[in-house]
Design a binder for this molecule. Structure first.
Ligand SMILES: *[C@@H]1O[C@H](CO)[C@@H](O)[C@H](O)[C@H]1NC(C)=O
Length: 474
């Protein structure tokens, strides 16, 4: 019965879409266009282009509206995947490329349904829906983070819905969030009873609340709202202009490579001087979970959800039992930055470290780039070959500039080899990178190797050839 009603709805929606297109096409048909333009003789071509772009813009709007309608209908009927919007397909392709930067990715055909029910003849107009899930509590400054996301998101409302989940029940923060109306999806964490915390961890109560909030909101986003992937952000996060393109372009990589478990927008060593700011497209694989603007899929959530911890969820995710030798993608230049918080995490850490991280400020369209080099099968052999070809230098040679003079022109990079935890820490201090380990993994490391810049020279801080894997006791 339910199915029948859903089918009827799809039919209605489909017919509406069809009528919409037919109407648009007849009103804006090329004939009418030519007749008008021909008066302008030589200006016909630019005129035509402008008209076509206008037409496409309208078509796109139409598709968005229809897709929204579809989503609502699917949601009403408990559709399996309300997040996936599909669109009309058929014999004639309506291609956007070559229309002077209109850059559309849609293929639409008026009245061309070939086989299949309406639901099958509808195909993705905006691709996968990628909601952002923001965690808020009692800071009204959340508005700063929300405003920036809304501004950078622009009209891509449907592709990047912003969910803000509030814990703590703080009224002023709640009012700020309610003020956004339907620009955001507002959630409230319903379990407000105090969590029983072991006596010796009383001062870490906040971490227990955070873990409960994350668990609840992620569950809600995947299980109730039925999204297929989520980008987790915090209420004090600033995002880069290409934040959305970064996640959009890395999603297919994350989904197709089981040796990856997240994409993070953060580089813990991303300070001025330690990164190559020219290489704004540069991405890496990392065994370190960097968080701070990160994406996970439904598959990972299905795995983590039943055993979600009572506290310290981020260190828990880094534990070998959760990580299971999987990596994250991370950028050379951070696509997020925290604007500083007063709260559970250490304010000192912000002042001494986080505030120096450079936020990328030059837009790079990752969606136009080929990122297949990040797949393990391609990345690992290239990574190993490259490292093995590099000269090994001492920290003294680096300090004195001798390493740069000898190797920069020829190799462009060098290796600095560590054998022990203490030696790594010593090198880290010299280079200015983070010197701590989580579950035995240095921040941002891949196969034990941390990539950084030292006086303009690329340095790979690498374990010895005999390296057998991370030592969780480090
Ligand atoms: C999410 O919901 C499922 C099903 O209700 C439950 O088994 C699981 O424990 C929940 N996970 C979290 C972290 O709340």
């Amino acid at each position: 019965m339910m199915m029948m009603r859903a089918q009827v709805f799809y039919m209605v929606v489909f017919v509406l879409i069809w009528i919409g297109f037919t109407y648009l096409l007849f009103v804006q048909r090329p004939g009418a266009l030519n007749a008008r333009s021909s008066h302008h003789g030589t200006r016909l071509e630019p005129q035509l282009k402008v008209r076509l772009v206008e037409f496409e813009t309208r078509l796109r709007q139409q598709i968005r509206d229809n897709a929204q309608l579809l989503r609502e209908v699917q949601a009403l009927h408990g559709g399996v995947e309300p997040a996936v919007v599909k669109f009309v397909d058929g014999a004639n392709e309506y291609e956007a490329g070559g229309l002077g930067g209109a850059g559309l990715d849609l293929q639409a055909v008026p009245g061309g349904g070939t086989g299949g029910g309406p639901a099958e003849s509808v195909r993705g107009s905006v691709g996968p829906i990628m909601p952002l899930l923001m965690f808020a509590c009692n800071r009204v400054t959340v508005a700063q983070a929300v405003d920036l996301i809304l501004a950078i998101r622009g009209d891509r409302v449907q592709k990047f819905p912003l969910i803000v989940s509030q814990d703590c029940g703080h009224k002023a923060t709640r009012d700020v969030l309610l003020g956004y109306g339907d620009q955001i999806i507002f959630l409230e964490q319903p379990h407000q009873s105090p969590i029983a915390v072991p006596a010796k961890e009383k001062k870490f109560q906040g971490y227990f609340n955070i873990a409960r909030h994350y668990g609840w909101a992620l569950n809600h986003t995947f299980n109730e709202l039925k999204y297929e992937q989520v980008i987790v952000v915090e209420d004090d996060l600033e995002i880069a202009p290409d934040f959305f393109e970064y996640f959009e372009a890395t999603l297919p990589i994350l989904k197709s490579d089981p040796s990856l478990y997240c994409v993070s927008a953060w580089n813990d060593n991303g300070k001025q001087g330690l990164i190559d700011q020219v290489q704004k497209s540069l991405l890496y694989r990392s065994d370190f979970f960097g968080g701070l603007g990160w994406m996970l899929t439904r598959e990972l959530w299905r795995e983590l959800s039943p055993k979600w911890p009572a506290s310290y969820w981020d260190d828990w995710i880094r534990d070998p039992r959760q990580r299971r030798e999987r990596a994250c993608i991370r950028p050379e230049i951070s696509r997020t930055k925290t604007f500083g918080k007063v709260g559970v995490s250490n304010g000192m850490f912000y002042d001494k470290h986080l505030k120096f991280i450079k936020l990328n400020d030059q837009f790079y369209d990752f969606t136009k780039a080929d990122l297949s080099y990040l797949l393990k099968a391609q990345y690992d052999p290239a990574f190993e070959a490259k490292l093995n070809a590099l000269p090994v230098v001492s920290v003294e040679e680096l300090r004195s500039g001798e390493a740069s003079g000898k190797h920069k022109a020829r190799h462009g990079a060098v290796r600095l080899v560590y054998h022990t935890k203490l030696v790594f820490k010593k090198y880290a201090k010299v280079l200015g990178i983070m010197d701590d380990f989580k579950a035995g993994v240095p921040r941002m490391a891949y196969k034990g190797v941390v990539s950084t810049l030292f006086n303009g020279l690329r340095v790979y801080v690498s374990p010895a050839f005999s390296w057998k894997g991370y030592d969780p006791t480090w």
